[in-house]
Ligand binder design. Structure first.
Ligand code: AMP
Length: 586
């Protein structure tokens, strides 16, 4: 096994790799470091997300990067805003100790003016979606005439999203002598044409599909409002009477909460999380292995040591941030030749992430509708009847009691006996689902219809938008604004980096000149105040305070509003003054 130390990589990059815990290069990284470090050349890599391809193309580029250059040296094109941000974040980590090397991610769905301003800082590496990159080139704000490297990341995806013409136009403005690295899942049709036209004598490497989901696991999701997540879980479980599975939550608190509710509602379930002692963990795992528990509610970390082969379902109460974690979760079902289902409970805002997960596992997710109360009752009823039909009767033992039983039931008709007999089990469901409402979130039916062909501008990261979410948000004032070169992405990054909790819902962001506002899931209000008490940004002590919620009459704008010129500074200030220091009582 090779180590990064076996390669003659710039020591500052080596140091950063050590800091983030990368020791052994993945196969595609071995290939890229072997072929691109000493004598850079064009390369075609058939590699999927999850194989470590980001570091594979970034590390050699960073190694050769010249900090003093005034023009971009590398252009990395990637199909979606989400991927651009991800690549940009990875490069930031790799260059932690490489002074003077900067990247800028440019993508649609956010103000181009901020990106134009940021380009004045002369970043050496540009990570962009084709649409926004071409826009910047055409406006003569981005000059790629001297790039040494061009990366086409997920080239197949860029073509299938309709970026062929944009790519051709961009490629025409780059110099002939640059090295081109093409990463794609296939080398079919149009990709081959691009490779033939724009790459010269490329070395070709193929990396196996590491994250492909097991053939016999199907992946599906349901879309509900935040408030209906738990009810959705119950309906999923009730619709699958033979369920034997793990419900994955993101935090210990959530794990405990869901397990407690399930137990209270009569399900055979328990929680597995990091607050349990080893003895408690062993006990829970043993009960689960013996099938005394049908549902185990667990965090990813706590479920690591659990090896159970015949799970029918994995339920993602919330999707993980990391796609690899999803692969790991879903791989717990469909083992040993059995089929399995991986189900995700989503809110509308999560939909933009589904495509990434699909790519990672190499399979489509199927959108499903949560069943109605009647459908569940019917399912449960017939499940019960099946059980009755399949129950083995101990003739010898029962025989002696039969006359007494017949005597007792003689007053009732056969139909009455049947009805009462079924009702013993069934009343619980009838009662619970009586008049149950439709909890599918139908507010945006076109959400998943544009899977193919949509452009990055339509596929933005929706985390910072309020949408129709039912999350209660607290609005915070923060003493950072555009003057401090903060933009929506850097503010999102700052929030995510500062909060110890992962996946906290972020609502509206409003950027003003000297300060800004952002919204966080109200549950994390105290955690945010505590975490930000120790936070600095570019040497400045960061201060946040709970602000008054934005009044409806002031307009519903999101972060886009804050990017427009005029007026808002005053409006923001006024609101800020009114709200500073006050606790939020909404
Ligand atoms: P990518 O295919 O670039 O999206 O990478 C997939 C995941 O693997 C990311 O979470 C990376 O942080 C991680 N990763 C990439 N290279 C390595 C490495 N050499 N060692 C450990 N983790 C890695």
């Amino acid at each position: 096994m090779q180590s990064f130390k076996d390669f003659d990589l710039n020591p500052n990059i080596q140091k950063a790799l050590e800091a983030i815990g990368f020791e052994t290069p993945t196969p595609v990284q071995v290939q890229s470091l072997t072929h691109l470090l000493d004598e850079p050349q064009d390369m075609i890599a058939l590699a999927q997300t999850g194989t470590g391809k980001t570091a594979a193309f970034s590390l050699p580029i960073l190694h050769h990067c010249e900090p003093n250059s005034k023009k971009p040296q590398a252009l990395i094109l990637s199909p979606t805003r989400e991927l651009c941000i991800q690549i940009g974040n990875d490069i930031d980590k790799f260059t932690k100790y490489a002074k003077g090397i900067d990247q800028l991610s440019v993508y649609g769905g956010t103000a181009i003016t901020n990106q134009i301003k940021a380009l004045r800082n002369k970043p050496q590496i540009i990570v962009g979606t084709p649409g926004r990159t071409l826009d910047l080139i055409k406006r003569k704000k981005l000059d790629v005439s001297e790039v040494q490297w061009l990366v086409l990341d997920e080239a197949d995806e860029m073509l299938s999203m309709g970026f062929q013409d944009d790519l051709n136009e961009i490629l025409e403005t780059t110099p002939k002598h640059k090295k081109t690295l093409l990463f794609s899942a296939t080398l079919a049709g149009p990709i081959k044409k691009i490779a033939d036209n724009y790459l010269s004598n490329p070395v070709e490497v193929t990396i196996g599909r590491k994250n492909v989901s097991a053939e016999n696991v199907d992946h599906s999701y349901y879309v509900v409002h935040y408030r209906d997540r738990y009810d959705a879980l119950k309906r999923i479980v009730d619709m699958n009477p033979a369920v034997y599975g793990i419900v994955f939550c993101r935090t210990r608190a959530e794990t405990k909460d869901i397990a407690a509710k399930l137990t209270e509602d009569g399900y055979n379930s328990d929680a597995l999380h990091g607050d349990l002692s080893q003895a408690q963990r062993d006990y829970v795992m043993q009960k689960f292995r013996k099938r005394q528990l049908r549902l185990l509610v667990a965090t990813d970390v706590a479920a690591r040591g659990l090896d159970v082969n015949d799970l029918t379902h994995v339920i993602n109460y919330k999707l993980p941030d990391d796609r690899e974690v999803y692969v790991h979760r879903s791989g717990r079902t469909g083992r040993a030749g059995k089929s399995g289902s991986s189900i995700a409970i989503l809110e509308r805002r999560d939909l933009s992430r589904v495509r990434g997960f699909e790519k990672m596992i190499g399979k489509d997710f199927v959108k499903k509708e949560l069943p109605s109360g009647t459908e569940i009752c019917e399912k449960q009823l017939f499940n019960y009847i099946d059980k009755v039909v399949n129950t083995e009767v101990n003739e010898a033992e029962i025989k002696q009691f039969l006359p007494a039983i017949e005597e007792k039931l003689s007053e009732l008709s056969q139909e009455d006996v049947l009805k009462r007999f079924v009702s013993i089990e069934f009343n619980r469901f009838l009662d619970y689902y009586k008049g149950a409402r439709d909890i599918n979130d139908r507010s945006n039916p076109k959400d998943r219809k544009d899977k193919k062909g949509r452009k990055d501008d339509d596929r933005g990261d929706r985390r910072s938008k309020r949408g129709d979410s039912d999350v209660d948000f607290t609005r915070f004032f923060i003493n950072l604004g555009k003057l401090h070169k903060i933009n929506p992405k850097s503010l999102l990054d700052l929030i995510n980096d500062t909060l110890p909790q992962k996946g906290v819902e972020i609502g509206e962001i409003e950027l003003l000149k000297g300060f800004s506002f952002f919204e966080l899931d109200r549950k994390f209000e105290d955690a945010a105040l505590k975490a930000f008490a120790k936070c600095t940004y570019k040497g400045l002590k960061v201060r946040i305070e709970v602000a008054q919620p934005k009044s409806k009459s002031s307009g519903g704008g999101g972060r886009g509003r804050g990017d427009k010129k005029g007026g808002k500074g005053g409006r923001g200030k006024k609101r800020h003054k009114g709200g500073r220091g006050k606790r939020n009582n909404w």
